[in-house]
Design a protein around this ligand. Structure first.
Ligand SMILES: O=C(O)CCC(=O)C(=O)O
Ligand SMILES: [Fe+2]
Length: 224
């Protein structure tokens, strides 16, 4: 996790190669048509979010999604706690995802947030932040379920950072099928000459030129 922390510090994102096998990527893509898996579907254009569709899983999550959410959480919580300290926050994140979810649930954030997104030619995802309520876990993960160049063209994962009194910087994250990108939900600390300051982050997806692109999004806080 050290390189993840270092990359997050320098660029705001880190790649974890091959967190899902080709077979599991195909299994998850195939869930798209299964009505029983999802609690809601969002047509992005209707909300001004871009163009394309995403579907939030219902509980219980499919096994690979539940496993990833549980396994990715503890090392990311270590980073989240270092950030909390750098931000001067008093509260800390618990060691396990189950404990963190309990905190969300007692506050009424009970609806699952892991989702699958599907992009067709011309679709795109506007720059945004996945904040759903007061309880926020500051890092999230997206996993590409399709293979660039073979399954689709265009559709690049884009991150932007906004530093105080500076112009925005964009980063395009080169992902292959099964790769995960770790990135801040809303902000990250950056070391300056007078201590840490907050950098605002947004993520989105550039226009799909051709083909079909699926992503699995893992957000650690639940939604109200
Ligand atoms: O499709 C993508 O790569 C972006 C997904 C996204 O916005 C998310 O996982 O929160
Ligand atoms: Fe998102």
């Amino acid at each position: 996790m050290n390189h993840i922390e270092a990359d997050l510090d320098a660029y705001g994102c880190a790649i974890m190669p091959r967190v899902l096998s080709t077979e599991t990527c195909a299994e998850l893509r195939a869930l798209w048509g299964d009505e029983t898996c999802f609690r809601s579907r969002i047509h992005m254009a209707r909300h001004g979010f871009g163009r394309g569709e995403y579907r939030y899983f219902s509980y219980p999550l499919p096994e690979p999604v539940a496993r990833l959410r549980n396994e990715l959480y503890p090392p990311l919580a270590t980073i989240a706690n270092m950030w909390a300290e750098r931000f001067g926050q008093r509260s800390r994140f618990p060691e396990t995802h189950a404990e963190f979810l309990d905190r969300c649930h007692v506050e009424g954030q009970v609806r699952p947030t892991p989702l699958i997104l599907r992009y067709q030619p011309g679709d795109w995802n506007a720059l945004h932040q996945d904040v759903y309520g007061p309880h926020i876990f500051p890092l999230q993960v997206a996993i590409l379920l399709s293979e660039p160049q073979r399954d689709f063209a265009g559709g690049e994962f884009v991150l932007t950072e906004q530093r105080p009194r500076m112009q925005s910087r964009a980063e395009v994250v080169p992902l292959r099928q099964g790769d995960a990108v770790v990135f801040p939900v809303r902000e990250r600390p950056v070391r300056g000459t007078r201590g840490d300051y907050r950098v605002q982050m947004r993520h989105g997806v550039s226009r799909l030129r051709s083909g079909l692109r699926f992503t699995l999004g893992i957000i650690f806080h639940d939604a109200p």
